[in-house]
Write a protein that binds this ligand. Structure first.
Ligand SMILES: Cc1ncc(C[n+]2csc(CCOP(=O)(O)OP(=O)(O)O)c2C)c(N)n1
Length: 463
């Protein structure tokens, strides 16, 4: 109890120091402020007691670095190829029939229908926006075809207060949590309603309101951030966890190691969700790693883990719901590896038939798919039919096209937003650059058409 009280006092001190530090840094960038934040241990008292007292087994001291090891006198190297591969959990098979009968699908039908509709909407939006990019109406796009089930199914197991970090193929999670078609389109067009003020590439969504941390391009950097967010949630004692998505390619980054180890050692309530879709651009998973996928690595970090069929939204949802319970109750990380297949090109900058056969892609498209699988289950259970399907698809398409043409017409943000938000206030050296840009625009107005930007030349605000 004493420890908990002192932790909270420390946290308050840390938070208020951080606030002072931030304000201090932003308001007076030339001044340096130092604050001291006391070290707070989050190792459980029982764990500490274990490492503090020497442990003796059969009269011998146990090495502190491997408390559960035992001595053997036959020398054996562990050969990973002789280990069983981690199984892949499934609730419903490709034909829509429930396989794990011990699990009662207890989700309300309305929720399951929302999950289905969100997957379908994302897939239609992806197809339209991919084509829009090919027509030159958009600079870039990435679709999530074949992976909608992992994004929607996992997001459906979260609570609104949970925090989410994405890679870039999780538009389904955004949609499930309440990102609207207008929100998607405003970001894709980088118009003045885009919360990121048009500064990021398309598909780099973010929403403070929905606790969805803004996507950034450098792979895996979000993983340690997520551990830190979960650590802060733990310290603040809030009823929430953090979920962080990544691809199996991103899991080869050093940040994967840093994040999982810190999450495990600091007992952070974070769920790492790895979408293993078999490819990282042109690099197939067999060239990416030699071990048994990503889930097996979590064991080495002391993290509970499960591998699930990413085309089975029920398996994804059930595993994430359980992972959330474990992370919150035990205040520790959990890793889920969702197995799937990237049926799409990597992005609009990629032609995947340059490195894999059309036949391979087509057989996946034909044989397995999270949307078709859930549709089969819904129809078998009389919750959906062809007529509803057609009606829904027609309406979704209409709604997407409406949002698309609306966002395309909205002006870009004022050009001053190229200078704002680097710091809270524009510092003197950036002010100079802002002024210089004004002079260039005034000297060569015929070379700069600013009619697409809110306020035109006036949007620079330096006159
Ligand atoms: C640090 C870093 N290295 C390389 C890249 C270029 N890059 C962008 S996406 C990508 C592949 C990622 O594959 P994966 O994590 O498996 O996700 P997927 O695209 O399959 O969803 C690469 C190499 C990058 N954005 N950041």
């Amino acid at each position: 109890m004493l420890r908990a009280v002192s932790n909270h006092a420390c946290l308050r001190q840390a938070l208020s120091s951080t606030r002072t530090l931030r304000t201090g840094l932003q308001k007076h960038v030339h001044k340096t402020q130092f604050v001291s934040v006391r070290h707070v241990s989050t190792t459980k008292p029982t764990e500490r007691a274990e490492v503090e007292k020497p442990i003796v087994q059969n009269g011998e001291l146990v090495f502190p670095g491997a408390l559960r090891t035992s001595f053997v006198n036959n020398m054996t190297f562990v050969d990973p190829t002789t280990q069983d591969s981690m199984p892949t959990y499934r609730v419903v098979g490709p034909d829509g029939v429930q396989i794990d009968k011990s699990y009662k699908i207890d989700l309300p039908v309305d929720t399951i229908l929302k999950m289905y509709k969100d997957m379908v909407t994302v897939s239609i939006m992806d197809a339209i926006m991919f084509d829009a990019q090919r027509q030159g109406r958009l600079s870039f796009y990435m679709v999530s075809a074949g992976e909608e089930g992992m994004a929607v199914g996992s997001a459906a197991a979260l609570k609104p207060q949970d925090h989410v970090y994405s890679q870039y193929r999780e538009q389904g999670a955004y949609m499930y949590r309440g990102f609207t078609l207008d929100d998607f389109m405003n970001q894709l067009y980088g118009n003045k309603h885009d919360q990121g003020k048009g500064r990021n590439m398309p598909v780099h969504y973010g929403s403070r309101e929905l606790n969805m941390h803004t996507i950034s391009s450098p792979l895996a950097t979000q993983l340690p951030h997520a551990a830190g967010t979960a650590y802060a949630q733990k310290m603040a004692g809030v009823d929430g966890v953090t979920l962080c998505y990544m691809g199996e390619g991103a899991a080869s980054e050093g940040d994967f190691h840093a994040a999982l180890n810190i999450a495990a050692t600091r007992n952070c309530p974070v769920i790492y969700f790895c979408r293993n879709n078999g490819y990282a651009i042109s690099t197939s998973a067999i060239e990416q790693y030699k071990g048994d996928g990503i889930a097996s690595r979590a064991i080495g970090y002391g993290i509970e883990t499960i591998r699930v069929d990413g085309n089975d939204i029920f398996a994804v949802h059930r595993a994430t719901k359980k992972a959330r319970e474990i992370a919150l109750r035990d205040q520790k990380p959990v890793l889920i590896e969702g197995m799937s297949y990237r049926v799409s090109h990597h992005s609009t900058s990629d032609d995947s038939f340059a490195y894999r056969s059309r036949g391979e892609v087509e057989s996946w498209q034909r044989k397995d798919n999270p949307i078709v699988r859930l549709r089969k289950w819904l129809e078998l259970n009389k919750h959906w039919n062809e007529e509803e399907e057609q009606k829904f698809r027609t309406q979704a398409r209409k709604d997407i096209l409406t949002a698309f043409s609306k966002a395309e017409k909205v002006k870009k943000p004022e050009i001053v937003s190229a200078f704002t938000d680097c710091w809270e206030d524009i510092p003197p050296h950036l002010k100079e650059q802002q002024q210089e840009l004004g002079e260039i625009l005034d000297t060569y107005p015929e070379h700069f058409d600013l009619s697409a930007f809110e306020g035109g030349r006036g949007g620079l605000h330096d006159k």
